[in-house]
Design a protein around this ligand. Structure first.
Ligand SMILES: [Zn+2]
Length: 239
């Protein structure tokens, strides 16, 4: 059993908009025990209240600019101007640097998504934010909101695939992993034809990748999507 004190630490972050320095919590790597990994990579830990996704977003308490470590390092003058107009001028100082629960984490993601959209961050960065927000709603058992944000995530992941910017948002992301993930998100949205198409693209890497785990997952989920698709078609016939 680990306590919050040893797993959490304060990290000093510097605002990419106003340069203010502030403190934000992080989870010490290696302190959590993984319990389960969902087919879209959402990870459940024994210490769920310390799930690292709660602390991905840095929110500047001074100006309200919210960002992750994957955002572009610098904002261009036009981006600074739009952040000033759309965020900072309306911001009331608020500190996100304390222990976060799911509701505060959800707010932090919505702030980061807004900031990412208006400053035109890479598709992979936006996709990662949408997917993690969907996971937070999964934690809350709010299926409608989970699906709404999975839908937005998959759209950005597809753009990320088209523009090949997927290595920007997530160091672990590879082409085969991205194709698998797009397929899996479409399967969850019950868009089975698209799911099958993307699993097929992932499976085409079968003999050209060392990621045999992903290939195995693509195989299993491709099979599952085909069965679900058949079932859905039968239901429609009967209905
Ligand atoms: Zn700031």
């Amino acid at each position: 059993m680990i306590d919050n004190v040893s797993a959490l630490y304060d990290k000093t972050s510097s605002c990419r908009h106003c340069q203010a320095t502030f403190s934000t919590k992080r989870i010490r790597s290696g302190t959590l025990t993984m319990v389960h990994r969902d087919s879209d990579f959402y990870t459940t830990f024994k210490e769920q209240s310390l799930n690292p996704i709660l602390y991905t977003v840095n929110v500047c308490p001074e100006c309200g600019f919210a960002f992750t470590d994957q955002f572009r390092d610098k904002l261009a003058p036009w981006q600074k101007q739009i952040v000033d107009e759309q965020i900072s001028s309306k911001w009331k100082p608020k500190d996100f640097g304390k222990v976060r629960h799911v509701p505060e984490a959800i707010v932090s993601y919505k702030l980061a998504i807004y900031a990412a959209e208006i400053t035109d961050q890479p598709h992979s960065v936006k996709a990662g934010l949408y997917l993690r927000l969907a996971w937070l709603y999964r934690l809350e058992k709010n299926v409608a909101e989970e699906m709404r944000f999975i839908d937005m995530a998959v759209e950005e992941y597809e753009q990320s695939y088209i523009h090949s910017d997927y290595t920007r948002g997530d160091k672990e992301m590879t082409e085969v992993r991205l194709l698998y993930l797009i397929g899996e998100l479409y399967r969850r949205l019950e868009k089975f034809d698209l799911a099958i198409k993307y699993f097929g693209k992932a499976l085409a890497f079968r003999n050209h990748t060392i990621e045999s785990g992903i290939i195995r997952m693509a195989q299993d989920q491709w099979q599952l999507a085909r069965e679900e698709y058949k079932e859905k078609k039968n239901e429609q016939k009967i209905g």
